[in-house]
Write a protein that binds this ligand. Sequence first.
Ligand code: AMP
Length: 225
Amino acid sequence: MSELNLILLGPPGAGKGTQAERLQGDFRMPHISTGDMLRAQVAAETELGQEAQRYMTAGELVPDEVIIGMIIARIAEDDARDGFLLDGFPRNTEQADALAAALEKLDRRLSAVLLIEVPDEEVVRRLAGRRVCVKNPSHIYHVEFDPPKRDGVCDQDGARLIQRDDDQEETIRRRLEVYHAQTAPLIAYYDSDGVLRRFDGLRSADEVHDRIRATLATLRLEETF
Ligand code: AMP
């Protein structure tokens, strides 16, 4: 079966992380989240983490030099040979160009860019109530829509739930501005390449997941003809 090289695109809070976790289960491909990689660096107090944290807390993008090298190295690793799922990268056209050049060098190409669309007001509601597990940031809850069984405690591993610094309302609004100014132009970029697929992020996580799976199944069928 051919490789599946995917990008999840959409505003913060669109459900990219949730979908990535499910797709990783379906297709056994690595989920490569630049946000998670950066937060791991922050937690480990590395030099890169300290540099990145200033930007993250302000809701700004971390400079391209830091991010691009990190991702290009990651997609060349063994476990990404049969495909990958990028979440949070690329975030601007410079990053998209760098990714395209790196894939070309590896003689690979993007299979699809999955765009999950959600209006701004919904993003604010979702992110302000979001809580993540301190031990595993892909365990995600919402105080109103998806509360844990015990207040403040992760159902999956019993660790404490926290609010990310950048999920404070003022930072959420800045992240949305950055998304519209820098990341949203990638919609036209990938649409003109013919790889963009759109999903309504207001539907339930299960429905979005079903639709993405159906789209990927069709893509694979088309490839075999
Ligand atoms: P996320 O979890 O994807 O919302 O990312 C959290 C924060 O990490 C962002 O607000 C940025 O500060 C930083 N970040 C994540 N991915 C990137 C990227 N591809 N380029 C620049 N900054 C990024």
